[in-house]
Design a protein around this ligand. Structure first.
Ligand SMILES: O=C(O)c1ccccc1NCC(=O)[C@H](O)[C@H](O)COP(=O)(O)O
Length: 188
């Protein structure tokens, strides 16, 4: 459908978690030029290295409380996800993770690390940031145009909003989401 990237969730508690074998099958079916993102949450280094040794990964996404040293320790492009708790200082975060490919901003949730379907206040996305902003959290075909207008992110990341049930992607919802994005790009 034209998405630039696809995320593989290597976080066992997630309903979207994949095994290495499932990830290999997904990657093998992708058309060229789609960025493969491997997502981890406070994972043991050994487990990350095992995925890197067995799956063609373009970008690591760290969605927990990983330090900058941990994130860059794999010698691969990475992106740090930040859950937008109250008072988070994005300028300082961008400085600490200066070599991150971007900052993925997601909703903070008391019981889950991500993929919750909850949104945060898009007005909190800074107009200026030293890193490209990837907007996530509670995006749907119905609200994505508004999110783009308010937050003006570099990219979007969506999960629950294009699913029929937790972990089950819905073709029509994905198509509707992408159509809304293209329409926004066309009309501003
Ligand atoms: O998707 C998950 O289950 C997940 C679990 C734990 C940490 C991160 C997770 N997903 C990360 C993502 O990048 C999601 O796309 C992002 O949180 C937005 O999710 P949603 O609000 O469901 O669109």
């Amino acid at each position: 459908m034209g998405a630039d990237a696809l995320g593989l969730v290597f976080y066992p508690p997630s309903p979207r978690a994949v095994t290495v074998a499932q990830a290999q099958a997904v990657v093998a079916a992708l058309p060229p030029f789609v960025t493969v993102v491997a997502l981890f949450v406070d994972e043991q280094e050994e487990a990350v290295r095992d995925v890197l040794a067995n799956v063609r990964v373009d970008l690591l996404q760290f969605h927990g409380d990983e330090s900058p040293e941990y994130c860059r320790g794999f010698g691969r492009p990475y992106m740090k996800a930040i859950r937008m708790a109250e008072g988070v200082d994005l300028a300082q975060v961008a400085w600490r993770y200066h070599d991150s490919a971007g900052l993925l901003l997601d909703a903070w949730h008391p019981d889950a690390k991500g993929g919750t379907g909850a949104a945060f206040d898009w007005e909190r996305v800074p107009a200026q940031c030293s890193l490209p902003i990837v907007l996530a959290g509670g995006l749907t075909p119905d609200n994505v145009r508004q999110a783009l207008a308010v937050a003006r992110p570099y990219a979007l990341d969506v999960s629950s909003g294009v699913e029929s049930a937790k972990g089950i992607k819905d073709f029509d919802k994905m198509a509707a989401f992408l159509n809304e994005v293209y329409e926004f790009e066309r009309t501003g």
